[in-house]
Design a protein around this ligand. Structure first.
Ligand code: HEM
Length: 408
């Protein structure tokens, strides 16, 4: 029984999705934790804020992702929205047995070998973007790190993997941002209209790219998918999954890079270690992923009545897995509110767990581990040049603007 002064879960959730909660969700997570690691918000809705519980839930096959059938129940018009249709055709919105088939086919092209082989190219892309940053921020002019760097590197990298020509990347960046709006949910109709238009343009672009690769394969992921020797994805699935690869890793990685830099500017001794200590970036990036989780939450549906580490979950319940809260669970992380890259065994849940574990985790880690030390070494006097502007969303946690001066 909770104390009457303790805020009730529904109130906390309302607060969390409003602007104050979006700005700083962490005190709200602690309020939720007072109700337990698995919290009933109202009939049909539970939130999970414990690390072990989120991990178990993500690995539990009885908890399913939202798919076409579950969307039919909550938003029957979804098929009229290309942006929703585009995502729902991808693996992120598929359950067994369809999910395993799709994931196997995509990961057969998105291999560790192909990702590792990209390391020298990522180093070059980083250095080129740092040159551009230097040009934009010459003479002490403040520059926005997000526009000039953090949003550019992930697009350059995924474009190289997918085989998107360099001259299309600026367009790609804009359109990917518009499409990604649909991932925040279906609450804002205006944003959905923008996302719909962007999705149509993007699908058309991908179809054309696929047609170019059919007779003329290159070493990229699209060619590998189109020319896979055995079973193939159909065209609709192919486009949906390419679109997922593009958008799932774009803003998430940009948010990660932004927080990596902001935390370094707030902790100069870590900035110094990023410059000097080879290998320090590994723990630094993991701790940033934990401390400022780019995707704060994901969700599942209980297919049957079940218990989750002893907590009863009725059939049909929507279960929101708050990764950002799990990553600050004091039962898992001592002094969880402190940023400490020297923690042992961090293993944040920022990329999920289980069958939908992020396919791009090694890629985004590699980007951040390469970029941060190079950035800090190149601009030893780098400093904040104004207030960062946060994206006003709860699920996606990151900045739209991070003004910096390069110190010359
Ligand atoms: C810091 C960067 C990133 C974060 C925080 C992140 C986070 C996540 C999370 C939490 C999930 C699981 C969602 C769920 O279980 O409901 C996921 C899935 C996924 N991510 Fe990432 N991601 C990042 C970067 C990337 C990149 C760079 C790519 C690809 C280039 C990518 C591709 C995917 C794909 C394809 C899935 C779906 C896997 C499936 O459904 O089987 N992500 N990501």
């Amino acid at each position: 029984m909770t104390h009457p002064e303790v805020a009730q879960p529904l109130e906390i959730i309302r607060d969390l999705v409003g602007t104050p909660g979006r700005t700083n969700p962490y005190p709200r997570y602690e309020q939720l934790r007072e109700h337990g690691a698995v919290v009933g918000v109202r009939p049909g809705l539970m939130v999970v804020v414990g690390y072990a519980e989120c991990d178990a839930a993500l690995r539990d096959g009885r908890l399913r992702v939202q798919d076409g059938a579950s969307y039919d129940a909550i938003y029957p018009d979804w098929r009229e929205h290309p942006a929703l249709r585009g995502y729902i055709d991808s693996m992120l919105y598929r359950n067994p047995p369809d999910h395993a088939r799709m994931r196997r086919l995509v990961s057969g092209a998105f291999t560790p070998h192909r990702i590792n082989a990209l390391q020298p190219a990522i180093e070059q892309m980083t250095d080129r973007l740092l040159d551009q940053l230097a040009a934009a921020g010459g003479d002490g002019v403040a520059v926005d790190f997000i526009t000039e760097f953090a949003s550019r590197l992930p697009i350059a990298v995924i474009s190289a993997l997918l085989g998107v020509p360099e001259h299309d990347q600026a367009w790609f960046r804009r359109i990917a941002a518009d499409v990604t709006i649909a991932l925040e949910g279906i609450t804002n109709q205006d944003a959905l209209t923008v996302a719909d238009e962007a999705m149509l343009d993007l699908s058309e672009y991908f179809v054309a790219l696929i047609e170019r690769r059919r007779p003329d394969p290159a070493g990229d992921v699209i060619s590998a998918l189109v020319h896979s020797p055995a079973e193939r994805l159909n065209q609709q699935e192919l486009v949906a999954n390419m679109m997922l690869l593009l958008t799932a890793g774009f803003e998430t990685t940009s948010f990660l890079l932004g927080h990596c830099l902001l935390l370094a500017l707030q902790h100069p001794h870590y900035a110094a270690r990023l410059r000097a200590e080879p290998g320090f970036a590994i723990g630094y990036v993991e701790e940033t992923l934990r401390f400022e989780t780019p995707v704060q939450a994901t969700s599942r549906w209980a297919a049957t009545e079940m218990t989750l580490l002893g907590n009863p979950v009725p059939a049909g319940t929507k279960v929101v897995l708050v990764l950002g809260a799990a990553n600050r669970d004091p039962r898992r992380f001592a002094d969880a509110g402190r940023f400490d890259p020297d923690r042992a065994g961090i293993q944040p849940l920022s990329f999920g767990a289980g069958s939908h574990f992020c396919l791009g985790a090694p890629l985004s880690r590699m980007e951040a581990q390469i970029a941060l030390p190079r950035l800090m070494r190149r601009f030893p006097e780098l400093a904040l040049a104004g207030a960062p502007r946060r994206r006003d969303t709860w699920v996606g946690r990151g900045m739209d603007e991070l003004p910096i001066s390069l110190g010359w």
